[in-house]
Structures are given as C-alpha cells and as structure tokens.
Design a protein. Structure first.
Length: 378
C-alpha cells in the first residue's frame, strides 16, 4: 500500500548536510512504492534540474528571492497549509528546526502525522530564550522524532528540556547513502600524499586541529611529498590561514580551495580524508569519503561510533598529537594497504546505510513508534 508522503525542506537544491539526507530519503521512500513529493520552502531556479536528478516531484512554496530561513514567515506558513490541503498527504516529514517550526505551526490543528528529522546536535538558536520557548511549545505536535545519531536526540533534549522531549516517541535512523552517486577510485599511486578536509570553515569542523596536527609531520613520507588540501568557505578562513603559515614554512604546502560544487574530484585526489568534527549529527562528508574509496579518518563525534560495526573505521581523538599519530599511521601504509582500508570502509558503509536498507528501517521504526499512517500501511 502506498503511503502518500511529503518531505519539507528549506532548499531542494542544497545537497549538503542534513538537507542532503532528507533528499536521499525522499528518493528512497519513493523507490519503495510510496507516493512522494518534496516541498521546498525557498524556491530556486535550479529546482527543475534537481527534480530530474532525484526523480521525485519538487514544489517551490515561495519564489527564489524570498528567504524563509528565519522564523515567523507568514507567507511560508500559509503556503504550507495550502499545499497540504491540496496534496492531502498521509505523512509529513520536516527537517529541523526552522522548517519543522513552520510546518508544525501551519499544521497545528491538522491531523497529518509529522515526523521531525534531526541532523545535528547543537543549534545557534539555543542561545536565544524566545526561540527555545517557541520550539518547546510546538514539541507536542511532533508525532515522532528521528535523529541520525543518538547525539542528535540528546542535543535536542538538552536544548528543549528532557521532560519536553522524552514525551515524544523517538529513535535513531542513520543517514542513508546512495552508492550510485559516488563511484569509487581505490587505486592510490599518486606522486604526492594529499591530506584533505572538506566543509564549512568553522569551529565545528575542527580544521584548526588538523593544521596543528600536521605542523610537525615530516614533509615527505615513504618518499612522497605531503600536501594539505582544504575545500570550503566560512568565518574561520583567516584564522586557519594563519595556522597554515608555519605548516608551509615546514615544507608542507597548504591549499585553500574555497567552496566548489565538484566534490567527487576533490575526494579522488586524496591519499586520506580527515574529518575531525568537534560535534555533529552524522557526518555526510565522512560517508562521501568512504564511498569514493578514500581512506577516511573520523573523530568520535561524527556518528560513526553509533554504527553496528564501527571496527572498519579509523577513529582519532580531538587532540593535535593524537590526530598527527593517526594520520602518520595511515599515510605510512603502502598504497595496497590503504586501498584495502578504503575497500573495507566502503563495504561497511554500504552494508549498513544503503538507501533501501535505511528506508526499510525507517518504515519499521515508524510502526514501532506508533505513527498511525505507518501502522495503516504495515
């Protein structure tokens, strides 16, 4: 039986982080036979392209020049109500937290079950009392809370209060992956050993720890020159460039590539990817690194410890000397050994997180949590 479902996101053409997760879920949900639509609160000129790529209908609820990424947009809430009245979905998924806030406020008196999807474990709005009060007041409208790691659920309880959140049925369903999006390159015979990091240049990502860790690495390992490559943009770029200066003086080039849409080529250029996140829900960049066949080093805050079998992954502590030791150990391996590591990591990710596997788990989880629409399908 098909379960008519709408996934609400902020921008359907933004594929990174928690938003990429919900877009993949929509694709997998439709593949399992459910009538599925994506509703983007903010329009975009590229929606048609993204719709063809996903194969899922995408509807823009506001025009591309109207930003709804702040609370209190009456036009967005009215658009949500009209859209749901027309579509008549049996189930609604909403991405945390401003999208979720708009959806719950718009559908407060409606009967559609709302499932809130959490993708990170701390938020800027936590520092604002009025935001916490507002989100807390709408918590009862959530029929189920799905975090991509236990860390997300714990963070939500910290932000809104344990008593508020514990009343909501909740579970962990990790981020799905679509291996077809990330064809691998396992061979590692490049003339240089490139250490890479990718993401927003901000405290959360821990790139400062990476630069401190590599400052005392040898400039060549196993006869190959070492190079650092960082892709992304953000508020900490100037500070990170300062940290890169002594690394370059020690003979290790550091490249800042800025933000770029081509991440496939970036991953394939690396001898190893380092994901030293200080906090996270479930790090998509680490998943992407594994899928592209890139040996990947992760912090324990990436969500990878929540996997049923984390033994295939290389973990590091969030301390420069510990990270240096882990990087040196991985780069000191032969090309064949690093290739074997990359294959193990990719196989482990696909075995547990393949799109159909995760969507099947999500279906069963919703039934277990008592979401009425899912029970009807079951």
């Amino acid at each position: 039986m098909s379960l008519h479902t709408v996934f609400f996101v902020s921008q359907a053409t933004f594929e990174l982080g928690p938003q990429g997760r919900i877009l993949r879920l929509a694709k997998g949900w439709q593949a399992r036979g459910h009538a599925t639509a994506i509703a983007a609160l903010q329009g975009d000129r590229e929606l048609g392209v993204r719709e063809r790529e996903l194969g899922v209908p995408i509807h823009a609820l506001t025009t591309h020049d109207k930003r709804i990424l702040r609370a209190g947009r009456l036009d967005a809430m009215l658009a949500i109500r009209r859209f749901v009245a027309d579509e008549k979905p049996k189930l609604v998924f909403a991405l945390e937290t401003l999208v979720d806030w708009h959806v719950k406020l718009a559908l407060w008196r409606s009967r559609e079950p709302i499932v809130t999807l959490l993708g990170i474990d701390r938020w800027k709005w936590e520092r604002k009392l009025y935001r916490r009060v507002g989100f807390r007041s709408l918590a009862p409208r959530t029929n189920a809370l799905i975090g991509n790691s236990q860390r997300c659920l714990d963070g939500y309880a910290r932000a809104l209060g344990a008593k508020t959140v514990e009343r909501v049925p909740q579970a962990v369903v990790p981020n799905p992956v679509d291996p077809d999006e990330w064809p691998p390159r396992f061979e590692r015979d490049d003339p240089e050993l490139v250490i890479g990091a990718i993401g927003r240049l901000a405290e959360q990502k821990g790139f400062d720890l990476l630069l401190r860790a590599v400052a005392t690495l040898p400039s060549a390992i196993g006869g190959k020159r070492v190079r650092i490559r960082i892709q992304g943009s953000g508020p900490d770029e100037a500070a990170l460039r300062e940290l890169a200066a002594p690394v370059e003086r020690a003979g290790i080039p550091v490249e800042f590539l800025g933000h770029a849409s081509d991440v496939h080529g970036f991953y394939r250029s690396l001898a190893c990817l380092v994901v030293p996140s200080r906090w996270s829900g479930f790090e998509n960049t680490a998943l992407e690194g594994c899928l592209t066949g890139t040996p990947t080093i992760v912090s324990r805050a990436t969500g990878f410890e929540d996997l049923r079998d984390p033994s295939a992954f290389t973990f590091t502590e969030l301390e420069p000397q510990a990270l240096r030791k882990t990087i040196l150990e991985v780069l000191s391996r032969s090309d064949a050994e690093r290739e074997a590591l990359a294959r193990r990591q990719r196989d482990a990710v696909i075995a547990e997180l393949a799109l159909d596997t995760i969507c099947d788990r999500l279906e069963r989880t919703l039934v277990e949590l008592g979401v009425d629409a899912a029970r009807a399908v079951d």
